[in-house]
Write a new protein. Structure first.
Length: 78
């Protein structure tokens, strides 16, 4: 099962593909926003396989960031 990663939309490019620049921590990537017509700059989105699949609120995104950070710590200890 693929896991989604939350990111914040920095920019929406005005193109036929409806792509945007999304930041994940310190990493910025181009992402397809085609599945989310109502997405806007500043929104947090859940990204799977290069496509934003869900708009989420900031609290949800921060909760996932925290869980990911905790999991990284557990992996380092193993």
């Amino acid at each position: 099962m693929a896991q989604g990663v939350p990111g914040k939309v920095l920019e929406i490019q005005d193109d036929e593909l409806m792509t945007g620049r999304v930041i994940f921590g310190e990493d910025v990537r181009d992402v397809s926003l085609a599945l989310l017509e109502e997405v806007k700059v500043g929104d947090y989105v859940l990204v799977q396989a290069g496509s934003a699949v869900e708009i989420m609120n900031e609290a949800q995104a921060l909760e996932i960031f925290q869980l990911m950070k905790e999991m990284e710590g557990e992996d380092a200890q193993a």
